[in-house]
Design a protein around this ligand. Structure first.
Ligand code: ADP
Length: 385
């Protein structure tokens, strides 16, 4: 593990890192997000020991360094840690191949690394432009070179600072799939990313940093479902790109959390329209969280408008006990092949899969929600129960 405890750093008497605690585990991706100036890059520099913090300690596997450093202590950058900075630091007068090989040459390990290098060049599909100079390739290709140069050193921990900032969605996805491969080989990855989708997909842990502190740490979906901490919600909303309009919540824990968070964010007295539901299937994955969901829905007076071709016992019970909150309509049996679609009053549409793994696909699109509502209200397929 690469672990920092109680890290503090100041620049010109200004505190930039305040009591930061962070752990990077081998074989895991940790994403670091937060507004510009929060201290993310500084944390990367300090973790790799390119820069010394004012106080605190950093340990790597079984080595530990305490700051401030005592006279005789060694504190050179960890050889097991590679960092890729936003600036890339690629020499303009050397070919890309030479840029990658130079650190190995300096370490005296170039010859024994040839096979590994060839494998990296193949994986990152870069043979074609390796012998060009940096100004003869695209920024995306230069970013790949910086990543490969870091990997060539076979790091145990890889720290990445916004390495996809200039890439399009497709190129970012390629890099992300490579990172997932690298993680599987046991490398611990810490990545600073401003593209929230990139930061949250495939991360095992997410840390949100603000004003030099890590203010929240959790699983990716806990950030997407965030509703209580307005600062984090605002940050995620403002940093999300177009692709963030479709998100998937996978597995029972996320399924339950999604539905609870949805209820929390909907306005009181609003409506959820459910089209083509499948009787009791929804209640099963909600299991132990269903009572909490039900209580919250009643408290917020949120109506379920159910347009279904078949009702389960629980649906009928709800309609009996709370007719004002549970409006049942029958759909023609001919619509039986429809997916379970929910249309929420905040303009989101969700598609649900219950079996074998409960899944929610959320689409934020008011026009789509409106068109589903029109579809669902066609007179010829609907009758009041
Ligand atoms: P982030 O990566 O989250 O945008 P940084 O770590 O780059 O944040 O910066 C955190 C704060 O420290 C900022 O206010 C920045 O201006 C300041 N800072 C960063 N590097 C230096 C430096 N070398 N000297 C003085 N101030 C710095």
């Amino acid at each position: 593990m690469l672990k920092a405890t109680n890290l503090n750093t100041t620049y010109d008497n200004r505190e930039v890192l305040k009591n930061v605690e962070i752990t990077i585990e081998p074989g895991k991706i940790t994403s670091l997000i937060g507004p510009s100036g929060a201290g993310k890059t500084t944390l990367l520099r300090v973790l790799s020991m390119l820069e010394k913090p004012k106080s605190g300690n950093i340990s790597l596997d079984n080595k530990k360094v305490e700051f401030p450093i005592q006279k005789n202590d060694q504190a050179s950058p960890w050889p097991e840690v590679s960092v890729v900075f936003q600036q890339l630091f690629i020499w303009p007068h050397l070919t890309l191949r030479k840029n990658i090989e130079l650190p190995l040459e300096i370490r005296g390990t170039l010859n024994e690394s040839k096979q590994h290098l060839d494998q990296l060049y193949r994986t990152f599909d870069m043979a074609e432009y390796l012998d060009r100079f940096p100004n003869e390739v695209s920024l995306g290709q230069r970013q790949r070179v910086a990543l490969v140069r870091a990997l060539a050193l076979k790091p145990k921990y890889l720290l990445l600072d916004e390495i996809t900032s200039s890439l399009d969605v497709e190129q970012s996805a390629i890099i992300l799939s490579h990172l997932t491969e690298i993680k599987k080989q046991g490398v611990g990855i810490l990545m600073v990313a401003h593209d929230i989708d990139f930061a949250l997909s495939n991360a095992d842990t997410v840390c949100f940093m603000e004003n030099g502190k890590i203010v929240k740490q959790g699983k990716p979906y806990e950030f997407l479902l965030e509703s209580k901490d307005q600062r984090i919600s605002n940050f995620i909303d403002s940093a999300s790109l177009g692709s963030a309009n479709v998100r998937m919540y996978f597995g029972q824990e996320e399924f339950q959390a999604y539905h609870l968070a949805l209820l929390e964010r909907l306005q009181p007295n609003s409506t959820i329209t459910i089209i083509g539901g499948l009787g009791k299937t929804w209640y099963d994955p909600m299991k132990d969280k269903y009572a909490q969901y039900d209580a919250l829905r009643i408290k917020k007076n949120i109506t379920w408008n159910m347009l279904m071709y078949e009702y389960g016992d629980e649906d009928s019970r709800l309609a009996r006990e709370h007719p004002e909150l549970n409006k049942l309509f029958t759909l023609s049996k001919s619509m039986k092949n429809m997916a379970d679609i929910n249309i929420n009053s905040d303009g989101t549409v969700i598609l649900q899969i219950f079996d074998p793994i409960p899944t929610v696909i959320e689409i934020k699109n008011q026009a789509l929600a409106d068109s589903y509502l029109n579809y669902g209200s066609l007179d010829n397929c609907m009758g009041k129960v």
